[in-house]
Design a protein around this ligand. Structure first.
Ligand code: 13P
Ligand code: SF4
Length: 311
């Protein structure tokens, strides 16, 4: 029997992946087909942890550029490939290392917490990295009362509501999450009054104020697995709905309309196959900058994740 084109593509990817000794890592926002072919699907922290531990020679990173760059920081001896070179997080471009150096001069006593959605150069100028899964714990771990938090102002604001430290936020943002408005949530809540509201900490404070839980994408997946959770309004990028429904048949997950990250949607089965065939696009950072950035990433990985949704 003739195979359909997706099955044929999948067969080719699986056999070439084996030949290359590759592992496919995919973020929770990736297209459903991409998530389904991946060896591991997770949030930014889980993907960094997985990259740090894998024995594979080649990592195919289905996500955005900073994620592949973080894998390259952690695994300099491995080949890290990003199938779509234009898959870049716009927030990571909202601060440069030069701008951060200038800001540090204004606040000489402050320590710098850098969200992983940033370039390697900015990480290299920072004391520690964080993801949305551990931003509060990372901030609390620092021996300074003043924290320069870059580049996400909304994550920085969320952290400021959970700590007594003074947070000085950089004015960056995620346009996908910033477009989620309070009325998107309240309208859905009218339609689904029993549903729990879970939002990502990159959302605006007015949206966060309406949530039952504020969680990373990995935290949301664990929350959805709970027996007492049946219906959830999902205040984050809607690619995650695929995983939530797949892992929780019979439960209801309601996306916020238009919460789509175009950069996360660039990677396809075709681009993964091409990436394996051509061994492209290789993501590599220079040794000097890698060493500085790795210190900030390693400090974060030592803290890991303590975020678990309250029961
Ligand atoms: P997570 O670390 O929660 O997966 O978030 C990554 C991201 O890019 C959110 O927009
Ligand atoms: Fe960047 Fe937002 Fe897309 Fe995440 S969802 S990759 S923060 S633009």
């Amino acid at each position: 029997m003739l195979k359909n084109s997706d099955d044929a593509l999948i067969d080719k990817i699986v056999s070439l992946k084996k030949k290359r000794g590759a592992i496919i890592l995919a973020h929770n926002y990736q297209l459903g087909q991409v998530q389904d072919i991946a060896d591991f699907v997770g949030d930014s922290l889980e993907l960094s942890q997985k990259a740090a531990k894998t024995n594979a020679d080649v990592i195919i990173f289905c996500g955005v550029h900073f994620m592949a760059e973080t894998a390259s920081i952690l695994c300099p001896d491995k080949v890290v490939l990003l199938p779509e070179i234009h898959a870049r997080c716009p927030m990571a471009a909202m601060i440069t290392a030069k701008q951060l150096r200038e800001k540090k001069k204004e606040y000489p006593k402050a320590m710098v917490v850098c969200y992983v959605n940033s370039t390697v150069e900015v990480k290299a100028e920072s004391d520690i990295c964080c993801t949305s899964a551990n931003a509060v714990e990372v901030t609390e771990s620092l021996d300074s009362e003043e924290i320069l938090f870059v580049p996400d102002q909304y994550l920085g604001h969320y952290v400021s509501t959970k700590t007594d430290k003074k947070i000085i936020p950089w004015p960056g943002y995620c346009s996908t999450h910033a477009k989620i408005q309070p009325w998107h949530i309240t309208d859905l809540k009218k339609e689904y009054p029993q549903a729990k509201v879970v939002v990502h900490p990159e959302c605006r404070p007015e949206v966060i104020a309406l949530a039952d839980e504020v969680l990373s994408t990995g935290g949301l997946c664990r929350y959805a697995n709970r027996d007492d959770v049946k219906e959830v309004i999902v205040g984050t990028e809607s690619g995650i709905i695929h995983r939530l429904r797949k892992e929780n048949p019979g439960k209801k997950f309601i996306p916020v309309k238009h919460a789509i990250c175009p950069r996360m949607k660039l990677t396809t089965l075709e681009s993964i196959l091409w990436s394996l065939q051509e061994m492209a696009h290789g993501i590599k950072v220079t040794e000097e900058i890698r060493f500085k950035a790795k210190t900030a990433v390693d400090r974060m990985l030592l803290i890991g994740r303590t975020q678990t949704p309250a029961k």
